[in-house]
Ligand binder design. Structure first.
Ligand SMILES: NC(=O)c1ccc[n+]([C@@H]2O[C@H](COP(=O)([O-])OP(=O)(O)OC[C@H]3O[C@@H](n4cnc5c(N)ncnc54)[C@H](OP(=O)(O)O)[C@@H]3O)[C@@H](O)[C@H]2O)c1
Length: 269
């Protein structure tokens, strides 16, 4: 029997992409799932899909940057299932553009969603996680290992989650709550995925990947392992692991390699 059997799992940003795949993989293992996202129509569609598969699932629409919505998300989970065993802070948004060019509003928005959007649900979930001895997981990125040119605010927002997780781990050390942070590698995107462009407009994720993306099922399975084994930090994908290893050995070399790649791509485009 899976360790997730009968566990109540809240996954923010779970109407599509990695969040939706995690919801399916955890539901398969007997977890009771609380879905969340802002777009009600897409959230309801995902909810119906999981229901049709026979899974025990509810959907709570809401924005992770809104405190009242986050409080409601946790309260709805308690109303429906009576406890919270796992919170996965997955909702996130990306952008690209140099620091010189990016609209200042984009810095604010990305930090709000990726950083504060992980803080707020966690704050409301902590009392319930203390009762259940559960897990809180932060979905970071391999972009948080070393600041990436053209992805400054995304890298910063995901690096901030490292400090958050490290602080929280020690704050909750005596409580039995497990804290985990996953440095997810480049993952196959949902066709509906959107990002901010340099001006702050929401655009479709450009499809110009140079690195092979891994299927979201792999990401979901690795996160499930982290919960089952109570892992603190885990870096995904061989490139992510190599990056983390090299960065421990010689951050200046990693910086140089990233710089050379950036200049090369700039000349190409
Ligand atoms: N894809 C990758 O290659 C990759 C790599 C490393 C890390 N990650 C991280 O993994 C996580 C999921 O990425 P993904 O590619 O699966 O993203 P995605 O396909 O764009 O899905 C994002 C999900 O989050 C929801 N969302 C966005 N903003 C929200 C908000 N303010 N409040 C509540 N829900 C919100 C979206 O629905 P609504 O728009 O309806 O709210 C959607 O359900 C993110 O944290 C991302 O940074 C992804």
């Amino acid at each position: 029997m899976s360790k997730l059997q009968d566990k109540v799992v809240i996954i923010t940003g779970s109407s599509m992409g990695i969040g939706k795949t995690m919801a399916i993989e955890m539901a398969k293992r007997g977890a009771k799932i609380v879905l969340n996202a802002r777009n009600k129509e897409r959230l309801q569609k995902t909810h119906s899909e999981l229901k049709a598969l026979g899974y025990n699932v509810i959907a709570v629409d809401g924005d992770v940057t809104n405190l009242e919505h986050c409080e409601n998300l946790i309260n709805q989970a308690i109303n429906a299932f009576g406890k919270v065993d796992v919170l996965v802070n997955n909702a996130g948004i990306s952008t690209r553009g140099t620091i010189e060019d990016l609209n200042p509003a984009v810095f604010k928005k990305v930090m709000e969603v990726n950083y504060l959007g992980s803080v707020y649900p966690t704050q409301y979930a902590i009392p319930h996680l203390k009762k259940s001895g559960g897990s809180v997981i932060f979905i970071s990125s391999v972009a948080a290992i070393h600041g990436i040119p053209n992805f400054s605010v995304y890298s910063s927002s995901k690096m901030a989650l490292t400090a958050l997780a490290e602080s929280l781990k020690n704050e909750l050390a005596e409580t039995g709550v497990h804290v985990g942070i996953a440095y997810v590698g480049f993952t196959e995107n949902d066709p509906d995925k959107k990002i901010y462009d340099t001006d702050g407009k929401i655009i479709a994720q450009p499809n110009n990947a140079v690195i092979k993306a891994e299927p979201p099922q792999n990401v979901a399975n690795r996160i499930i392992k982290m919960i089952e084994r109570k892992t603190f930090k885990s870096v995904f994908t061989p490139i992510g692991k190599l990056n983390a290893f090299m960065n421990r050995l010689s951050p200046s070399l990693v910086g140089k390699i990233l710089g050379i790649n950036y200049q090369k791509n700039k000349k190409k485009n």
